[in-house]
Design a protein around this ligand. Sequence first.
Ligand SMILES: Nc1ncnc2c1ncn2[C@@H]1O[C@H](COP(=O)(O)OP(=O)(O)OP(=O)(O)O)[C@@H](O)[C@H]1O
Ligand SMILES: [Mg+2]
Length: 214
Amino acid sequence: MTTALRASRLEKTHRRGGEQVHALRGVGIEVEAGRLVALIGRSGSGKTTLLNCLLGWERPDRGEVEVPGVRDPAAAPWTTVAVVPQRFGLLDELGLADNVALAARLAGLPRPREAAVEALGELRLAHLADRLPGEVSLGEQQRTALARALVVRPAFLVADEPTGQLDEELTGHVLTRLRVACAAGTGVLVASHDPAVVAAADRVVRLEDGRLVD
Ligand SMILES: Nc1ncnc2c1ncn2[C@@H]1O[C@H](COP(=O)(O)OP(=O)(O)OP(=O)(O)O)[C@@H](O)[C@H]1O
Ligand SMILES: [Mg+2]
């Protein structure tokens, strides 16, 4: 029985008409409980494709994905693998607290609204709880997406450039929050270009043109 979020020998080719992009060419990665792993690499190197395969949002052409406790990665509950997508994926019609509370509700938490406001507060967003996503900055939307993931205390967190919209001070704060989640047992995988994320990581994995390099 596996306890780590793991992918091995992943291959993925994106096809559009006659064009082919070999996004992953035999990639393996492992995220253990309580560890923060940074996935770095230039734009277009395959980071999001790799995360999407781990999440079951894309199906690799070859290779294996293992998520503890589920047969199919696409069936993993939010409490097992929570996600901060590169484009956040907030619901425009719901306030920030309701976006976060929805995840808490679906996960069966007893007091979803209270849990949501607390999770927002931990990311310095409590004062914006009732604003719509369209009424706050991109950095505030990004931290809301992180609160929506952390509110359920997931076994694993997969975050795609979660500090891309943040200044240095807030980046430091978010990384501290991620380290707290790790200390509580969450395994965290962060795709990033940010040197601060690399510095905070237990391990750094670099993708170059669909391949891992040391
Ligand atoms: N649906 C798609 N159809 C065709 N090509 C795609 C598709 N998705 C990604 N690609 C291509 O696959 C390669 C890897 O893309 P990916 O989004 O994984 O990169 P990334 O490392 O996340 O980049 P960034 O840092 O800019 O987010 C790129 O060349 C991209 O253009
Ligand atoms: Mg990406």
